[in-house]
Design a protein around this ligand. Structure first.
Ligand code: NAD
Ligand code: UDX
Length: 460
């Protein structure tokens, strides 16, 4: 088995950054270089001020400060890193296509292809190329074809090693993974990668499969996880009509060891960069094989999630006497989940967009998301002009300012600090009747009602 001394990772994002930080920390004898075309992002990773790192993840800054410039490096010199490394991870973004064939469904693989061409052009010695990005099943075939046809006669082994970390718990997930999955054709290449993970993961948790099973397992895992949320969210609507309480239902079914208790929190809808994108991709792949029942089955998970976001804002408008025009609605939270600054596909964006179309004024407080990001998330939807978004949306740095004189407050992210606020003071400073729409079911209904709030949660 080849001994790996230099690793390069293309893509310094939410996956590349934390994953390589842990690989470097656990393998001090290996030099790990993370490269990216985004010079600003690389500069932020190299910033002496750790609060400026481009990604917020609990525990990440401490690890970066410990090993950066020892055996973990961030650079824009992609060619140098490729040529020095025996193993190259591709961890670039694979967003949903916004143009051409498969628009709105298929994964856009142009960044992956660029990486493969870059590696093929630069490599002068044998390389193990690892797919870390989430990819459609059989992508390795395309990567192989590019590498072998435009390369310099060197040998490339392709591995699929999808990442299962969740944002907000990335470090914990990487340190104690349920499993590491490696798909490939060359036993030797698989052993090289398994050996690197073996520095901290026991070998019985390192699963080895063929390339296609590995690629498809990643899409399948995300589809199953998202399906659980859409399933409990569907039940939450039924609860609201029947007097059942979705928290009690979740607990009751979760005690069944065959069902399990995790991922059964009803919410305003799942967000994040992965679930929607990966299910759309799965649906697209199924349709491309004419498997229409399979495609329709999985598409329903997305349809249910869109419905959940929409019915949340519909309910708010209906409760506020069928109009929010000119009313101030406070948003607590903008990130797609707690403990991250990531807002991709956050339910908050879509709920806000709907309320803005009904002429509400929105004030937003999120402990980790900047005002610039909030405005750009709304501008990206292109529903109204940037000037209108600026006029109607006010991101603030204090929750109490966001809530002052608001007609209603919506809880969009389950940040722990929201539970500790002085809700009596908040009530005193809001317009009456004061409404809470708890999209995360984090506050206590009876306590809030005792203070005087009209409290609405999901499925209660
Ligand atoms: P990201 O957008 O945060 O980071 C991707 C980075 O790749 C960007 O910084 C971009 O500038 C860089 N890049 C793109 N093309 C490049 C090129 N040709 N050369 C060099 N750099 C290039 O994305 P992410 O969230 O880290 O996701 C990366 C992949 O991992 C995706 O396929 C995603 O589906 C998958 N994934 C993400 C998560 C998650 O929680 N975010 C979890 C598991 C898997
Ligand atoms: C997900 C997968 O969990 C991870 O394995 C994969 O690698 C990337 O995609 P992530 O999107 O970072 O991770 O976060 P996750 O914890 O899965 O949450 C996704 C969304 O579902 C969030 O908006 C979250 O708030 C929501 N959610 C989660 C619920 O609404 N209810 C739940 O019970 C769990």
């Amino acid at each position: 088995m080849k001994s790996i001394k230099n690793i390069c990772c293309i893509g310094a994002g939410y996956v590349g950054g934390p994953t390589m930080a842990i690989i470097a920390k656990k393998n001090p004898h290996i030099k790990v270089t993370i490269v990216d075309i985004n010079a600003e992002r690389i500069a932020a990773w190299n910033d002496k001020d750790l609060s400026k790192l481009p990604i917020y993840e609990p525990g990440l800054a401490e690890i970066v400060s410990e090993i950066r410039d020892k055996n973990l490096f961030f650079s824009t010199d992609i060619n140098k890193a490729i040529s020095e490394s025996e193993m190259i991870f591709i961890s670039v973004n694979t967003p949903t296509k916004t143009y051409g064939k498969g628009k709105g469904m298929a994964a856009d693989l142009k960044y992956i292809e660029l990486c493969a061409r870059n590696i093929a052009e630069v490599a002068k010695s044998n390389k193990i190329v690892v797919e870390k990005s989430t990819l459609p099943v059989r992508t390795a075939e395309a990567i192989k074809s590019i590498l072998h046809n435009t390369g310099n006669g060197v040998q490339f082994d392709i591995l699929s090693n999808p990442e299962f970390l969740a944002e907000g718990t990335a470090i914990e997930d990487l340190l104690n993974p349920d499993r590491v999955l490696i798909g490939g054709e060359s036993e030797d290449a698989i052993a090289c990668l398994a050996n690197i993970y073996g520095s901290w993961v026991s070998q019985d948790r390192i699963l080895r499969t063929n390339l296609w099973s590995s690629e498809l397992s990643k899409l399948t895992a995300n589809a199953f996880l998202a399906q659980r949320i859409s399933s409990i969210n569907a039940i939450s609507e039924l609860c609201e009509h029947t007097g059942a309480n979705v928290k009690e239902v979740s607990k009751a079914i979760g005690f069944d060891s065959r069902i399990g208790s995790k991922f059964l929190n009803a919410s305003v809808g799942f967000g994040g960069s992965c679930f929607q994108k990966d299910i759309l991709n799965l649906v697209y792949i199924a349709r491309s094989y004419n498997l229409h029942q399979v495609a329709d089955y999985w598409e329903q998970v997305i349809i249910m999630n869109d419905h959940q976001k929409r019915r949340f804002s519909d309910r708010l408008i209906k409760t506020l006497y069928n109009t929010v025009s000119g009313k101030k609605i406070a948003f607590l939270g903008w990130a797609f989940k707690k403990d991250t600054n990531d807002t991709r596909e956050s339910a908050a964006i879509y709920v806000a967009d709907h309320l803005l179309s009904e002429q509400a004024y929105i004030s937003v407080y999120d402990p980790k998301v900047s005002d610039v990001k909030i405005q750009s998330d709304l501008n990206y939807l292109n529903t109204r002009s940037e000037a209108e978004n600026l006029e109607y949306v006010n991101p603030v740095t204090s929750p109490y300012e966001a809530l002052k004189e608001a007609h209603a407050v919506t809880i969009m992210t389950e940040w722990d600090e929201f539970k500790t606020y002085n809700w009596e003071e908040i009530y005193a400073n809001m317009k009456k009747p004061a409404f809470i729409f708890d999209g995360r079911n984090i506050l206590d209904k009876s306590e809030m009602e005792k203070i005087g709030f009209e409290y609405y949660a999901i499925g209660q």
